[in-house]
Ligand binder design. Structure first.
Ligand SMILES: C[S@@+](CC[C@H](N)C(=O)[O-])C[C@H]1O[C@@H](n2cnc3c(N)ncnc32)[C@H](O)[C@@H]1O
Length: 286
């Protein structure tokens, strides 16, 4: 994709932006974007070291990891490389993910989005959820997609460009490091991603921080099967898929939600209990 030269005022990643008085004023806390518009959210992401890959921003540095060998590196690097590889296999990836469309429908319903809200699509991949989220928030709302794979973030940003969605933005960042400024989102959605995150507990804590009071967190994901005969094959299954999706074996992602959130509701389970849809809410004083 062609990279463009930009007016620094349009580019939240431009380093000289804040020394010329066009960025946040002195005393502004880039960490707190409560009630902020999308540009304040994007500036706060940038202040945390994230790269905004949104429309009109230079993408020269946003290249899939070179020579990616998904099996050799550890942890975050391994996951990032693996998903960079997946980002180049569009038809296969989209075909596989398309199988889960009905489950996504349940997740969108669970989000109960209202027009004008700001929503984080956590680990957005190539932007599969964007269209539905955008329909739900309407022209006044904001969607931020976040992913740590440059290849995926780039694909997501290209989708945004193609569709001309001005209120959808893409951020390249490790969610374990930042999910954005505090109290900036009305809702966070994550689909098929928590179980691939090496540091999912830190990510869940970050999600809690970025939700405003009453904000919803909807998780569509998988967990180890602990009951019934299926539990016997679960370790084999997890081992098999770890290689392809960076699955974190034995990690119960549903349990992780209990640490920062008071009450977690499981709305649906799928695949003998290996898949689940859960919703939780940040309460006053949490
Ligand atoms: C199986 S894909 C799911 C993508 C998308 N949510 C969907 O439903 O199609 C998992 C995604 O999680 C991203 N991911 C994994 N760990 C991450 C992290 N720590 N921070 C940001 N993104 C992460 C990967 O790069 C990948 O795009």
């Amino acid at each position: 994709m062609e990279s463009r030269a930009n007016d620094p005022k349009d580019d939240p990643n431009a380093t000289d932006e804040w020394s010329d008085g066009s960025g946040p004023t002195e005393g502004d806390d880039p960490d707190d974007a409560s009630g902020a518009d999308s540009s304040a959210i994007l500036e706060a992401f940038h202040a945390k070291g994230a790269t905004v890959v949104t429309s009109g921003v230079d993408r020269t540095d946003v290249e899939p990891t070179a020579g990616a060998d998904g099996d050799s590196a550890a942890g975050t690097d391994r996951g990032r490389r693996l998903y960079d590889r997946w980002s180049g296999k569009e038809r296969l990836y989209d075909g596989l993910m398309g199988l889960a469309a009905p489950l996504r429908d349940d997740a969108f319903d669970a989000l109960s989005i209202e027009s004008g809200e700001s929503v984080l699509d956590l680990a957005c991949g190539p932007g599969t959820n964007f269209e539905r989220l955008r329909e739900a928030v309407g022209p006044e709302g904001t969607i931020i997609g976040l992913d740590y794979s440059p290849g995926m973030a780039r694909r997501a940003a290209e989708l945004v460009d193609e569709r001309g969605w001005e209120n959808v933005h893409v951020v390249l960042a490790d969610a374990a490091e930042t999910c954005g400024p505090e109290s900036s989102f009305d809702a966070v959605l994550t689909t098929f991603a928590l179980h691939t995150m090496p540091d999912a507990d830190a990510v869940v804590e970050n999600v809690h921080d970025v939700l405003g009071s009453g904000g919803r967190f909807v998780v569509l994901d998988s967990r180890p099967i602990t009951d019934g005969p299926a539990r016997l094959v679960n370790p084999l299954y997890e081992r098999a898929i770890a290689r392809f999706v960076n699955h974190q074996r034995g990690r119960d992602t549903l349990e992780l939600l209990d640490a920062p959130f008071d009450r977690v509701t499981v709305l649906e389970t799928y695949d003998a209990g290996a898949g689940y849809l859960a919703v939780t809410e940040k309460r006053d004083g949490e």
